[in-house]
Design a protein around this ligand. Sequence first.
Ligand SMILES: C[C@](O)(CO)[C@H](O)COP(=O)(O)OP(=O)(O)OC[C@H]1O[C@@H](n2ccc(N)nc2=O)[C@H](O)[C@@H]1O
Ligand SMILES: Nc1ncnc2c1ncn2[C@@H]1O[C@H](COP(=O)(O)OP(=O)(O)OP(=O)(O)O)[C@@H](O)[C@H]1O
Length: 286
Amino acid sequence: MQMLTLPAPAKLNLMLHITGRRADGYHELQTLFQFLDYGDELSFRLREDGQIRLLTELPGVDHDSNLIVRAARLLQRESGCTLGADIQLTKRLPMGGGIGGGSSDAATSLLGLDHLWNTGLGEDRLAELGLSLGADVPVFVRGRAAFAEGVGERLQPVDLAEPWFLVIAPQVSVSTAEIFADPELTRNTPAITVRSLLAGGGHNDCQPVVEKRYPEVRNALSLLNKFVQARMTGTGACVFGSFPNEGEADKVRRQLPATLPSFVARGRNVSMLHRSLEQMAQEASA
Ligand SMILES: C[C@](O)(CO)[C@H](O)COP(=O)(O)OP(=O)(O)OC[C@H]1O[C@@H](n2ccc(N)nc2=O)[C@H](O)[C@@H]1O
Ligand SMILES: Nc1ncnc2c1ncn2[C@@H]1O[C@H](COP(=O)(O)OP(=O)(O)OP(=O)(O)O)[C@@H](O)[C@H]1O
């Protein structure tokens, strides 16, 4: 029986500006995405009978609403494929953490099953399908660090430095919808060009709103700010700081309270998912 194991890496929003609001309520934004070499892992086993079964339970998420299952069924429908899969998930990324766990799982489900089922839909169509599952899914489908505009779907690949990050995951789950609905959210940050952004700067417009609602996030930011400039990713709850090497990031991590979950990971311009798929393609053609 054919089996495939693939990573579903985390992302960071290195900055996040909200530049407007569309008629459908979604927000126009500008953000810089980079991947981390840390994340979940998915294993797929081919089924001939067309059933999609996620064998790992995720607390608080029904089987059928799990983004992994939704992505698999969407791909099945769109490609007309009659094959199915048993899927196992190793969950490492905190949920509601702003590091894209659910979105990355969905993208790995799309790309992994596309490979296993040989659907031939192509990356553009897979990114479109991804967008219908969530604003953050397309960047994981593309697998390249990117400057994003629109609701996050207009992606321009960028080449960024790849520092080490210390990420703190406060023990709260922040609802993205709740933060975007907050009347105090700044929604009129002037749009900037990617060139001026890469020259330095940027901030996260969601941070003040999340800090106000979640003392756990506020505390994590002020703790990390004692060592390095700290920032929140996405709509939180995770906060991060960057370091020139792993040793310095680890040194700060060891000084954090043991009760506060955190990890150290390297920033990556090509996602681990795409590295794995490229390696498989090379091995197959060797
Ligand atoms: C904040 C970011 O994480 C930045 O990367 C993303 O834009 C959020 O992406 P996501 O988690 O995939 O979010 P979705 O599942 O698409 O949207 C959750 C909810 O957030 C709000 N939402 C999301 C994205 C966006 N550009 N504008 C919004 O107003 C909407 O109310 C939506 O119902
Ligand atoms: N496979 C999955 N992994 C995590 N969450 C999932 C999954 N499937 C569905 N969900 C739902 O999606 C919600 C958001 O999860 P996710 O981990 O993507 O949040 P996030 O890290 O804040 O994402 P983002 O950065 O994209 O806003 C969860 O609270 C959960 O209810």
